[in-house]
Design a protein around this ligand. Sequence first.
Ligand code: HAS
Length: 540
Amino acid sequence: MFKDYEKVFMRISILFSFVALALGGLFGFIQLVSRTPGFPRLVDASGYYTALTGHGVLMAIIWTAFFIMGIAVFVMVSELRVNFRKTLLGLTLVLTLGGTVTAAIPILAGRASVLYTFYPPLIGHPLFYIGLAVVIVGTWVFSAAVIDVFLRWRRANRGVGIPVGAFGVITTIIIWLEATPGLSIEVLMDLIPASLFGKPVDVLLDRTLFWYFGHPLVYFWLIPAIVAFYAIMPKLLGVELYSVKAAKLAYILFILASTPVGLHHQFVDSGLSFEAKLLHTTLTYSVALGSFVTAFNVLATLERAGRARGGGAFSWILKLPWRNPVFAGLALAFILFGFGGIGGIVNASLTMNYVVHNTLWVVGHFHLTVGSIVTLVFMSITYLIFPVVFDRNIFSGSLAKIQPYMWFVGMFIFALAYHIAGIYGAPRRVDDSSYMGLSPEIWSPLLQIGAVGGLIFWLSGVIFILNVFASLKFGAPATVNGASLSNGSGSEPEDEPTIFDRLSIWIIVALILIVIGYTVPMMEIFSRGLSPVEIVYIGG
Ligand code: HAS
């Protein structure tokens, strides 16, 4: 099923994602310990911001993007049975790996400590932005590769519904292509010239362009994880997905509303009107609907599986295969997502956002989302696909079994403590959270409890990394293959096409919503005239 070069592509991108996860985890450990009162300070203030930048960029951008590329090839080929073009995959690797290494050099040298959101007027070394731009071009080449596979399949399969996994991959690519123009304009128009020539920049315009990209980015992470629930979990449980139509509806909601919502990251920014922010709040609630529909669909599928195993009204939960690390990881991540999502609803409320913005609440929120529904799900599906991609079984089944539970327990403690600390006003992105002894007393114990949780899930991450790298060398020869994984799906290609399969309609509606959502804020920014400010260059 997989051509040799596709296997090489998956191996390189997934292994590289593990390296990013390991390094990002190391930075996470350093900054967690250093900023917790009563814990040893491992780095000074400048080291803290270097570690925080490394942690954010490696985890949020590199770990996710490379794993997603690997899994996208896996899903597209196994569901559509159409192979990728070798040159496009090769070019993707050259650009994304080259760009990442270029951007990593100034970060590791402490010359681009601008955090993963790189808000101006703080400007880092030019190589950081140039590397980033090259990575983006690489992801566009990858998008072209996926679209090419999809179109070739479509031409040969007219009148057939798109399989639910491939539908998710295409959704991810559409959202990426909707989102990246915002970032590209910001980087090419302002950040590269600012870092090279000191060009003054308009901070509000750049923040708005960043968040035009930044919110759809979170759905770019989320949807591949959701693919696991729609395309992999039913196979694992031996049942049909409860509703393929509802799954496709959720994808379409993500395509429609994931972009014109970026202002919910800018509620506290002056210069944008209440009306524009209100519009984005409203659209945010419509994108959250996609997750609610997913929650319903996944729970109904789980109940179907539990009942098929003899479970009753509530006992079906106990009948699920909780000792299987793939299932356990998916289900535990899903529970954490429930809490993270509800926190997101709070964030999206204009008034409540003022309480939590820039506090540790937000850190709690995104560890339950990108740190759980995305990261824990990717770890769990690694246990499933590893033998197919690397021709080796996972080295230690027992470690794989306990790892998702440790992640769940640690993350739960960490996120709960950080959410509460956030309500008490404890800030994020501050290297000395004691404010030289002046901070409220309640912050310290909460930060310490959070750090205990953080260390537990950090250890879970270490176990994961050691286990996968040990599997490469010591894992027994694989006992499953790609064909055995793609049997018995609840969403085979012969599904009837629905209105949701007519992607061109939804792309047009999405573009209209983007124009509506961003015309008002852009008019507000430009009608006053831009106010470029001097940059603060920290690139050394
Ligand atoms: Fe978010 C900030 C709003 C989802 C990631 N978000 C962030 C940041 C990141 C992030 C990284 O409105 C920080 C950015 C920065 O550095 O400044 N977010 C939302 C909303 C949702 C949401 C409304 N976020 C995500 C996802 C992410 C992610 C997904 C990554 C993958 N977020 C915000 C806002 C901010 C923000 C503001 C800015 C805050 C500020 O002021 O800075 C929604 O899409 C969430 C919808 C989800 C649900 C959950 C449904 C329930 C489910 C499971 C139920 C499970 C059960 C148990 C019942 C409503 C899916 C199962 C039982 C079994 C037996 C298994």
